[in-house]
Ligand binder design. Structure first.
Ligand code: SF4
Length: 402
């Protein structure tokens, strides 16, 4: 435990404002937006961002535990920060990994659980309290979690992980940082209502807590007044919005899309169960406002009914097909992006063929393929019939090449 801050904020040498350096998984819009709120908080308290570990008075790491690779990148970022920070600087670690895989965390740094994040006020002697800082709407340029040299050592053991990590690093350089630049992001809720057997995210997000519709509409109209053109609704499953406050995602969208203007909304991370449940209302809404929907990103995850059941995804591949076919007929210009997980435990060639057929049938705007991986404490990590690496990697490449 560094000693400088235990007696309040680091001494500012008169003219030099204190500096902070945040890190987050640049690929995660939720946590990037949240970390941007913390950035606004530091700025409001007179701190300034720095990009240099050696220069920072406080290094703030928002951990990620969604994938093995992001956990590795998190642990490496902590290692690098401990090795390179000034002895009097503070290292604060928080985020999803604390809920997903807490056993791998702990050391000469401050661990702040998300539910206790307001303790930052005491750490930095805050004049402006964190609880009073509203949600951010713009994502700051934040340091990405650092990939490790360790993977090179492991290269011979886990080929596909390295390949996908290398690919994601390149993508993050060109896309991750830019993907959310110039967008007005609105956190509409936290958590979800899912119990997907492979998902570790549910351990950090918890059950859905929706923001009041009036607050979402206020943030949206403020963005319009500021001339924003691209809006992103943010949550780990935006479809679960409103289920805890007696409303729903379609009702919210009907209110937002009533605003006139030249803008587009990106609907990301929408569990397809909500498309199926409210399809009689989605269909006319999307037909009427297709020009205002930049894209719909709905992870179907598999085309096999058997695998969807094992994943605990509460919809069927035939439900999805029916909805997608109707949308393609009604609104041919509507862009639908999706995700597939390949190599889920027990996945046979037959199951994989079902996924490939679904991926081929619809010209998805973007197809994200994720090689299955065990995550701590998930149901699927205890399932038998794990798909061997070479088979998994062959299927991964096959879907990627579609
Ligand atoms: S809905 Fe999404 S975030 Fe929730 S458990 Fe399923 S995969 Fe995880």
């Amino acid at each position: 435990m560094s000693d400088v801050l235990s007696s309040g904020s680091p001494p500012s040498n008169g003219s030099r404002p204190r500096t902070y350096l945040p890190f987050v998984n640049n690929f995660c819009p939720r946590r990037s937006l949240e970390t941007s709120r913390y950035g606004n908080y530091f700025l409001a308290n007179g701190w300034r961002p720095t990009r240099r570990m050696e220069k920072a008075d406080l290094i703030f790491i928002y951990t990620c535990g969604c994938f093995n690779s992001s956990e590795q990148r998190t642990l490496n970022t902590i290692r690098q920060a401990l090795a390179r920070k000034r002895p009097d600087a503070r290292l604060v670690v928080t985020g999803c990994l604390m809920k997903i895989h807490p056993e791998v965390l702990g050391g000469d740094y401050d661990l702040l659980p998300l539910e206790g994040i307001n303790a930052l006020d005491g750490l930095i002697d805050a004049r402006v309290k964190l609880a009073s800082v509203p949600d951010a709407n713009r994502i700051h340029p934040i340091g990405d979690l650092i990939s490790t040299r360790d993977f090179l050592v492991k290269k011979f053991k886990m080929d596909f992980e390295l390949t996908s990590l290398f690919a994601s690093k390149v993508r993050s350089l060109f896309l991750g940082r830019t993907k959310y630049r110039g967008t007005w992001n609105i956190r509409i809720a936290t958590g979800c209502l899912g119990n997907c057997s492979y998902c570790a995210l549910k351990f950090s997000g918890g059950r859905v807590k929706s923001k009041a519709p009036e607050a979402v509409v206020e943030e949206f109209s403020r963005g319009l007044r500021l001339g924003e053109k691209t809006f992103v609704l943010i949550n780990q499953d935006i479809g679960s919005y409103g289920q805890d406050i007696d409303t729903d995602i379609v009702t919210l969208l009907e209110r937002l899309l009533d605003f006139d203007g030249d803008y587009k909304i990106r609907l990301i991370d929408l569990n397809p169960r909500w498309l199926v449940r409210y399809f009689d209302r989605w269909r006319p809404l999307l037909r009427r406002h297709a020009s205002k929907i930049a894209y719909l990103s709905m992870p179907v995850q598999s085309g096999s009914e058997r695998i969807l059941k094992l994943m605990r995804r509460p919809y069927t591949a035939s439900d999805i097909r029916e909805c997608f076919r109707a949308l393609k007929k009604d609104t041919p210009g509507l862009v639908i992006n999706t995700h597939f997980i390949v190599g889920f435990p027990g996945e046979t060639d037959r199951d994989f063929a079902d996924s490939a057929a679904l991926a081929r049938e619809f010209d998805f705007g973007r197809l994200s393929i994720h090689p299955y991986q065990d995550r701590p404490r998930t149901e699927s990590s205890t399932m038998p019939d794990k798909v061997p690496g070479p088979v998994l990697f062959r299927r991964y490449r096959a879907l990627l090449s579609l």
